[in-house]
Design a protein around this ligand. Structure first.
Ligand code: ZN
Length: 118
C-alpha cells in the first residue's frame, strides 16, 4: 500500500452504470446490475468490482453510510491490499488475525477461480 495516496473514507454513489473513469473515494453502486465498483483504497488506481449477491458481497446502507461484507482482498493486485468497508470507513486489515485473513483469502481464491482465463 502506498501510504501517501491511501484513503480511509469512501462515499457511496448510486448509479445506473459505472462511469468510464472512477473517482477515488467513491463506492459506485449499481442496484440494477447488483454490483459495486471502486478504485483500490491503497491508491494504486486499480478498479475493484464487488458483486452484490449472497455468495459474494452483502451491502448494508443506512441512507448515508455503506458497509460491505466480507472484506475487500485484492490479492491479485500487486498491492495485495486488504480492507473492510464499514460505514463509509476503510478499515485496513493490519489489526486482524492471520486466520481471519486466511478466511478472506479463501473466499477470494474461490472467486478468482471463477474468473480464471485459462
Ligand atoms: Zn491497491
Amino acid at each position: 500500500m502506498n501510504s501517501s495516496t491511501a484513503i480511509d473514507r469512501i462515499q457511496p454513489e448510486f448509479v445506473e452504470q459505472f462511469p468510464a473513469n472512477l473517482e477515488p473515494g467513491i463506492l459506485y453502486v449499481s442496484i440494477r446490475f447488483s454490483t459495486t465498483a471502486h478504485l483500490c483504497a491503497c491508491g494504486c488506481g486499480r478498479q475493484v468490482i464487488a458483486p452484490l449477491n449472497p455468495r459474494r458481497y452483502r451491502m448494508t446502507y443506512d441512507g448515508e453510510r455503506v458497509s460491505l461484507k466480507p472484506s475487500i482482498g485484492n490479492w491479485y493486485f500487486p498491492c495485495k491490499s486488504h480492507y473492510w468497508i464499514r460505514k463509509n470507513k476503510i478499515d485496513w486489515s493490519w489489526t486482524f488475525s492471520d486466520s481471519e485473513i486466511e478466511g478472506a483469502q479463501e473466499i477470494h481464491d474461490r472467486r478468482l477461480e471463477g474468473l480464471s482465463e485459462e
